[in-house]
Design a protein around this ligand. Sequence first.
Ligand code: GUN
Length: 287
Amino acid sequence: MDNKIISGKIVSAQIKEQVRAQVVSLNEKGIYPKLSVIIVGENPASLTYVKGKHKDCAECGIISDNIAMPDTVSQAELLAEIDRLNKDDSVHGILVQLPLPKHINEYAVINAISPEKDVDGFTAINVGNMNIGKDCFTPCTPQGCLDMLDYAGVDLEGKDVVVIGRSNIVGKPVAVLALQRSATVTICHSRTKNIAEKTRNADVVIVAVGRAGFLTGDMLKPGAVVIDVGINRNEAGKLCGDADFDSCIDVVSKITPVPGGVGLMTRANLLKNTIKSAENCLKQRKN
Ligand code: GUN
């Protein structure tokens, strides 16, 4: 069983090792990579995710600051804070944790972030550049899915990939990245007729629907690879993915676990993007 599991712990540890070395090298050149995280309100999941991001930064020598705002904050106040961070040369990455309260326009807030500091890769400029295959900040979770496939030696060229979920954060961008690797990509969603019919033909299934145990072993072709993006809690309160691990494990050739899978890769790619931004600053300074 163990040889079927693609461990996010191992892959993210490798990335963090690399990031640590890059931070040392940047520090020697007088650049101190810094990530600013804005969190609005007290959504428990968001608080947990943000805590993990700061912990990773600390482990890798990246400076991180936490800007906590109450859920009564106005959009204007939030935009003013982003403007301040955009202008602060010591800040390389800006992240606004989602979701935001209902009275705030998420699109306006995200697109107020300078694309050069948009380490989540959520601004329209970065999404557009990714879609046309130009240099950009690629979004952290989709990139993490590809990193795990790379680590497992799964070449996507010519493969049938089924993505379940069409969110802007995961489903759509991961489909684009798989297409750029020359996969044949099918995107399934809540209105798709007979999802199992699609997944049974897939070499790789990437599932990001936010429903515990949605993907079951009988929906898979023997030897398929499953990338599980879900982070859910089951009735017993236990953390689990969108794939029903116990029924999938006997069918798949590889699968990512939850916890210890894609979630760790999201965090690792945030570190990578922050370093990329800091390195871009160094390049600009040299020019
Ligand atoms: N909420 C859930 N996932 C993410 C993420 O990757 N970035 C941000 N900013 N918010 C999120």
